[in-house]
Design a protein. Structure first.
Lengths: 198, 198
């Protein structure tokens, strides 16, 4: 995609802010998938999007926060969580999809890099928590609560901890790799937790 | 600690390599605890340690890998894992210590930054896996295997997955913070997994 700088568009005046924003996100999203997070600087993205570097500084607190926006604008994450009434089947299906996402060549490295960069970028960490981690946890907890209310889980189960022992366990294999992150692993996580290991 | 550059040590000749290495690790370790990972560049560490920048390039593949060495030289991680015969008590004690480590002001941020940087630094990732993740997993699996052999765990339990559902769940709350990472959480993880949540 070629985007002419605003200054090179004689007679057409300033682009509307929404258009500039879309061009910036498209440029950053493409750069992120091409070369990863280390390529994302305000300067490079501004040049590629034909936008002013100052605009980017005004709109995003850090290059990491811009990369996060770009990534999620590009990928249209689906947050759906099935409720067929069969908790084990629903958890397994969701975790298979999640493992597929984390291990895809397109998404896995970008998610790992964004989580990684968030460890030293508080603005990126805040964006990640608010717009990714917390809403996804909430959907999982809602599904688990339905199961608990239906008597399919012990009444005293701490639902948040279940999220850490299913999805968190998958992140662990992504971020501190040691063993395969695959659908067999997902099945084992669900089985361990539902039935207990004792 | 003040270390004179080699050039300022007339008549004393070159420092032995082991001494230079110790000075570099001490300098990098102090800088890491003072200002975090972003402060660690070969140039700054070389200056502080009175060493040649080229030496650092020769000895470490990346500043992240140097930071990792410095951190683990400084902290003397204890890898002990009790075996009192009571699996639940031993897991709980180990996880309490681990949560204390991850939430300490001294260690938590450095570990999070090192794991984070490893997502875009293959040399750091390799060092982390080889010298931290894998040996720690092996100790936990050994303890779990003893319990399984003693009939305290189901004979078909996948022991590696248990590591992800206990220690990995703690890393999840460190790296994608959303809920408290404390000893109550550790207790819940052990209870969920041993007894099952159904």
């Amino acid at each position: 995609m070629t985007v002419e700088p605003a200054a090179a568009r004689p007679g057409r005046g300033r682009r509307p802010a929404a258009e500039v924003r879309a061009a910036v996100l498209a440029a950053a999203g493409a750069m992120l998938l091409e070369n990863g997070l280390r390529d994302i600087t305000f300067e490079k993205v501004a040049t590629r999007a034909g936008a002013s570097k100052m605009t980017l500084y005004k709109w995003w607190p850090s290059p990491g926060a811009l990369a996060f926006d770009a990534y999620f604008a590009a990928t249209e994450q689906t947050l759906a969580f099935d409720d067929t009434g069969d908790l084990e089947a629903d958890l397994t299906r969701q975790l298979h999809a999640f493992v597929g996402f984390l291990t895809s060549r397109e998404h896995g490295p970008v998610v790992a890099e964004l989580v990684g960069a968030a460890q030293s970028d508080p603005d990126l960490a805040a964006a990640f928590a608010e717009r990714y981690t917390l809403p996804r946890r909430a959907l999982a907890v809602t599904r688990l609560r339905t199961a608990r209310d239906a008597g399919q889980l012990r009444p005293d189960v701490d639902l948040e901890s279940v999220v850490d022992q299913l999805w968190g366990a998958c992140y662990h294999r992504l971020l501190l790799p040691a063993c395969p992150l695959d659908t067999d692993f997902a099945d084992t996580l669900v089985r361990n937790l539902l039935a207990g290991i004792r």
